[in-house]
Design a protein around this ligand. Sequence first.
Ligand SMILES: [Ca+2]
Ligand SMILES: [Ca+2]
Length: 198
Amino acid sequence: MALPVFMKRIRQDRRGVSATEFGLIAPTFIMMLLGVFDMGYNVYASAILDGAVQKAGRDSALETGANAVGTLDAKVKENLGPLGTGAVFSYERRNYRDFAKVGLPEDFEDKNSNSVRDAGECFTDENANGTWDADLGKDGVGGARDVVLYTVRMNYQRKFPLYNLIGMSSQATIASATVLRNQPYADQASETTQVICT
Ligand SMILES: [Ca+2]
Ligand SMILES: [Ca+2]
């Protein structure tokens, strides 16, 4: 007769229920926390990178900018402080004659209407390199009054091990870009474009 009483007591005993429930939700809860931390780190690093890129972009637009590219790039990394430790940075500068041309392809006559520039279709060689380009900009800081798209990418090792749990890459990349016109310290260089049909 003692056994049914004992079983009844176990059924009614609520002690330890919270611990069991926590054990069930803990993995999900911890993954959510790691996700929030990872996202927070990414947002924070992006904000710092944005500020550093804006500053370097403005300094690059000065007449002295062309000779200080390496120094300005290094400053971006320096401004990231400990966030930049161990990260790999890449820097890109492309220059255009005006804002409206940033990132555009070189104009071409699409004879076969396939939206692709094929051999033999005439194009305007805006960056004077002899070939058709999907981005008509030139590499580098350009000259006075040119518009420069400055992009910095930062590849870093994720700080929280969420990637291990959900199969993500352990590496993350954030990018920041700014578009500024160089200072009018001289006249803008004359444009030399030609139409090529080869
Ligand atoms: Ca075509
Ligand atoms: Ca070209």
